[in-house]
Design a protein around this ligand. Structure first.
Ligand SMILES: NC(=O)c1ccc[n+]([C@@H]2O[C@H](COP(=O)([O-])OP(=O)(O)OC[C@H]3O[C@@H](n4cnc5c(N)ncnc54)[C@H](OP(=O)(O)O)[C@@H]3O)[C@@H](O)[C@H]2O)c1
Length: 429
């Protein structure tokens, strides 16, 4: 039975996440009513194709724009996806109508978060986006509410299950990237067009959202440096093992005296770090802050049920009457920080070279590094092999990106070095 006190929900998109949300609202109706203090009631839904059966009592709209514009709802749940287009249109329509919104759409928040936060604030409604980062892990609430008494200095994490699955499987099987990617696609863990995942774009979207919340600053996707995992080889993973690391695609955002830096790149993570043991499709996020110290959250970063869990947590907040600024503070109080220029960013790193197996090679490499004032912590050289080239691995002490790039130019120009290497950063943790 409907009641005027019910929270009326319209869901746009009935795919993986939308289907999960409908299942959860149905299966957990009683517990949600208890926790929310009122009924969370589905009144309308939209998809391109009507589902069979459709939820009872919910009106079906083949046109999500019409639903956003005309239906009688309190909250629009946007689960269509895409940074622009229909998702942005319907969210804007709902907010302009003075209705709250819940979304799982990281691309939209990363590109339009500030504009949407402004609109939500102007209309005095809420925009929940817990499901946009790390699926079931309540990292948005942790940053905005749980750590509200802290200055957060760093937030970093494994934010893309597809990449983590690929890197974990490469390590377990010794197989190379392309082979494991093809398998991940066949199993449905990777999209037919995997670019967003494997080139780090999805992680960059999520990191820009986390950085916005962690540092109370406007979300700025353009400032996130982004490098994916295409160049990570089975050999790199083997060397990482030997050296006491795991390779993970990390998003890392840091605030220091010089400003903020946010980067996505494959990273050597020491075995002592909890992130080293987050395997397969799992996600994890680490925060570092002044009073709380380090917090670590892990769990399922995607999938129908984990993501629905996050979407519905926002609905319960709304039903309870919680009304918080999207990024923890009113939009006009968000801080802007200088962006640390990439050339000045400092990290330690791993470099794997393919060199001709002849005397003097290591001396030439060492002199190129010395010219850029970069010191080496460790060198690993494979014993002679029947082939004419051998891999040589260098672990370099912390250096700035500009010196590193120049050293790589010099090393790549040596006649004894076969290919231009891709450095893999080593994050202190
Ligand atoms: N999948 C995950 O594990 C996951 C995790 C976290 C966040 N997210 C985010 O959640 C959102 C949804 O992802 P998803 O995986 O659920 O996508 P999906 O399975 O592709 O579902 C998209 C849904 O949107 C519907 N749709 C597309 N265009 C529409 C239109 N013009 N009008 C009405 N409905 C339309 C589709 O309808 P038809 O089914 O009829 O084609 C489908 O039901 C995305 O922003 C994604 O980034 C997903």
């Amino acid at each position: 039975m409907s009641n005027s006190n019910d929270l009326k929900v319209a869901v746009a998109g009935l795919g993986t996440v939308g289907g999960g949300v409908l299942d959860l609202l149905d299966a957990q109706a009683d517990v949600l009513r208890q926790r929310a203090g009122r009924t969370v009631r589905l009144v309308a839904c939209s998809a391109l194709v009507k589902r069979d059966p459709m939820p009872k009592e919910a009106a079906f709209y083949p046109d999500a724009r019409a639903m956003a514009r005309d239906a009688d709802y309190d909250v629009l749940v946007e689960l269509i996806g895409g940074g622009d287009g229909i998702a942005l249109d319907i969210v804007t329509t709902a907010l302009e109508r003075g209705r709250s919104v819940v979304t799982a759409n990281k691309a939209m928040i990363a590109h339009h978060g500030l504009k949407l936060a402004n609109l939500a604030q102007e209309k005095d409604v809420s925009l929940g986006f817990e499901a946009s980062v790390a699926g079931a892990i309540p990292i948005i609430k942790t940053l905005r509410e749980g750590l509200a008494g802290n200055h957060v200095s760093r937030v970093m994490g494994i934010l893309n299950g597809t990449c983590n699955y690929i890197l974990t499987t490469m390590r377990a099987s010794g197989r190379d990237f392309a082979d494991v990617l093809a398998e991940a696609q066949a199993l449905g863990y990777a999209e037919a067009d995997p670019t967003f995942d494997i080139d780090g774009i999805d992680t960059a979207h999520k990191l820009s959202i986390l950085a916005g919340l962690a540092f109370s600053m406007p979300v700025d996707i353009a400032s996130v440096g982004c490098e994916g995992i295409r160049h990570v080889s089975a050999l790199d993973i083997q060397f990482a093992d030997e050296l006491g690391y795991r390779i993970k695609l990390l998003g890392v955002a840091e605030r220091g005296p010089d400003g903020v830096r946010a980067n996505v790149y494959p990273t050597m993570v020491p075995l002592a770090s909890p992130l080293a043991h987050v395997d397969g499709v799992m996600n994890a996020v680490v925060t570092e802050s002044d009073f709380a110290g380090r917090t670590i959250l892990g769990g399922r970063g995607a999938g129908a049920r984990p993501t629905a869990s996050a979407v519905v947590s926002d609905l319960v907040d709304l039903a309870r009457g919680a009304h918080l600024p999207m990024f923890g503070v009113p939009v006009d109080q968000l801080q802007t920080y200088p962006q640390v220029p990439s050339a000045l960013r400092r990290t330690a790193c791993y470099i794997r070279l393919t060199v001709t197996d002849e005397p003097g090679v290591l001396a030439d490499i060492a002199s190129a590094l010395r010219d850029e004032k970069i010191s080496m912590e460790q060198v690993l050289q494979r014993s002679r092999s029947p082939s004419e080239t051998v891999p040589v691995v260098l672990i370099l002490h912390e250096t700035d990106e500009a010196s590193l790039a120049r050293a790589i130019d010099r090393i790549s120009a040596l006649p004894t070095v076969a290919d231009r290497p891709h450095p893999i950063r080593i994050e202190a943790m």
